[in-house]
Ligand binder design. Structure first.
Ligand code: SAH
Ligand code: F3S
Length: 483
């Protein structure tokens, strides 16, 4: 569950378990080990974990040897609550300790053999690492780092587009956000490790790499004699032979320097896509959120980005109904959407998180129905903007990395197979992929295009998807169009 960082963590944990002889299964009833990788960013995500745990508990009742673990942010944030409310959980492991899962499993198995009773095996970072001596911090860090470095071909899913972590944790402490508490302090990985990991993934078949960090642009690795900053890291990963596309998420508007925009302008394989969460269009709200920038600075940054990087597309995050948000403050967010004209926006209703400054010092005073109405207003406005953005691409040619069959084609294939029919190429040839600027494109084409870059002429658009056809002749290729 949760963010891209969790997708990557799940992949690494699965890889680690497969190396021990485990095999993935999609049937809960037949599983020997069930791990839920969890998210704490909003209450809704945590509620989902409890409901899944209920389902897992029923399966475990029929299969008592089943090992059940909760890993990720929720284990770190609320291990006590989980132990109290879900007594069938055997293992709890925070996102900074995932390398310890094999040892935890062994601990439980040993305890079962020796005493015949369950113990809860626990590996958490807590908030200690901010207070602990540097030597222990480095030791802990080196062992979790080994998990990323030892990465191999994923057991599930495709390698085509792979994530590589550049940082762990976050030090920004936005007042609404639980991430600094669950993922610990901000630590940048050694650039050599990142480049090596990217090289290994490309050798295994990756074509696109997305560098991940909570505030990726504040990446900084200090080797004593020299410091590597994010723009330099981008340039180094960009040179990995065979890599076709490079992206990064998520940027923090506060420390965004021009050298990163220059890299986006100058490095041909670095995509013109910037995910730059604003959170609100009101300075008063930004101040209460302790975001360290103003709306004016944010607008100035995206104007600079648009001037320096032709065709750049922007995505944003917004929270509606934060503590004390007035109608005027909400209107300021709508105005910012109209001003920036994002390609797409991720929008969330404010969810108070235990332990954050907002929870301790402010009141979650916006009624649920008001949050829902404001969310709907943002959503309606952005829908129009996204549709216009997409419609402006109709008739143009775009570069698409072909990911696979479209959802409709997969459904058609499945229904043909379930009726015992041979899957016909004609009926299931609808493919999907993404442009450099992250638009989703659906088109008809030969399956041999999967994994390749293709030039697609856009023929129709909805707010979410572009439809197109493989461009036969040389079209006016716009790798990064704008509206
Ligand atoms: N820098 C991180 C942010 C993590 S949280 C990143 O990689 O995206 C992702 C988004 O969730 C945030 O940008 C914010 O818009 C939203 N969010 C975080 N805490 C929230 C909360 N308490 N309630 C609602 N939305 C929240
Ligand atoms: Fe959260 Fe703010 Fe960091 S949103 S992840 S505390 S930049």
């Amino acid at each position: 569950m949760g963010c891209q960082m969790n997708v990557l963590d799940s992949e690494l944990v699965l890889g680690q378990l497969c190396a021990l002889g485990y095999e993935p299964t999609h049937e809960l009833a037949s599983a020997d080990l069930v791990l839920l990788n969890t998210c704490s960013v909003r209450q809704h995500a945590e509620d989902k974990v409890y409901s899944r745990l209920g389902e897992v508990g029923r399966a475990k009742a029929k299969h008592p040897e089943m090992l059940v673990g909760v890993i990720g942010c929720m284990a770190e944030r609320d291990h006590e609550g989980l132990r109290r409310r879900a007594r069938h959980v055997d293992l709890l492991c925070g996102p900074g300790n995932l390398n310890e899962i094999p040892a935890l499993i062994e601990e439980i198995e040993l305890a079962r053999r020796e005493h015949g009773k369950l113990t809860v095996a626990l590996a958490l970072e807590h908030d200690h690492s901010r207070r602990e001596p540097a030597a222990r911090r480095t030791l802990l860090y080196d062992s979790i780092e080994a998990l990323d470095i030892s990465r191999t071909k994923p057991m599930e899913g495709s390698l085509l587009q792979s994530y590589v972590r550049v940082q762990r944790g976050c030090d920004k402490f936005c007042t609404f956000c639980v991430v600094p508490f669950t993922r610990g302090p901000e630590r940048s990985r050694p650039p050599g490790h990142i480049v090596e990991e990217a090289r290994r993934l490309v050798d295994l078949g990756a074509r696109e790499i997305t560098l991940l960090g909570q505030t990726v642009n504040s990446y900084s690795y200090d080797e004593g004699t020299r410091v590597t900053r994010f723009a330099e890291l981008l340039a180094r990963v960009h040179e990995v032979p065979g890599l076709e596309r490079l992206r990064f998420v998520t940027s923090y508007p506060g420390d965004f320097t021009d050298d990163i925009l220059e890299a986006m302008r100058d490095l041909p394989r670095l995509c013109e896509y910037l995910h730059l969460p604003a959170q609100s269009g009101s300075n008063a709200v930004l101040k209460r959120m302790r975001r360290q920038y103003t709306v004016e600075q944010y607008v100035e940054l995206f104007e600079r980005a648009r001037a320096m990087v032709p065709g750049i597309s922007l995505a944003g995050d917004f929270i509606v109904g934060f503590s004390g948000e007035t109608e005027e403050e909400h209107a300021a967010t709508l105005a910012l959407l109209t001003r920036v004209r994002y390609k797409n926006v991720y929008m969330f209703k404010y969810s108070e998180r235990p332990g954050t400054l907002a929870e301790r010092r402010m009141i979650d005073d916006i009624p649920e129905d008001v949050k829902s109405r404001r969310h709907a207003e943002l959503s309606t406005l952005q829908h129009e903007i996204s549709l216009a953005h997409h419609q402006a691409l109709v008739g143009q040619c775009v570069e698409v990395l072909v990911e696979g069959y479209s959802k409709a084609a997969v459904r058609a294939q499945e229904s043909e197979q379930s009726r015992g029919q041979e899957t016909s190429w004609r009926r299931s040839d609808q493919l999907t992929g993404r442009t450099r600027t992250d638009e989703i494109v659906v088109f008809s084409g030969s399956p041999s295009l999967i994994g390749q870059l293709a030039t697609i002429r856009v023929t129709a658009a909805t707010a979410l998807t572009l439809h197109g056809e493989v461009a036969s002749g040389p079209g006016p290729l716009v790798s990064s169009p704008t509206v």
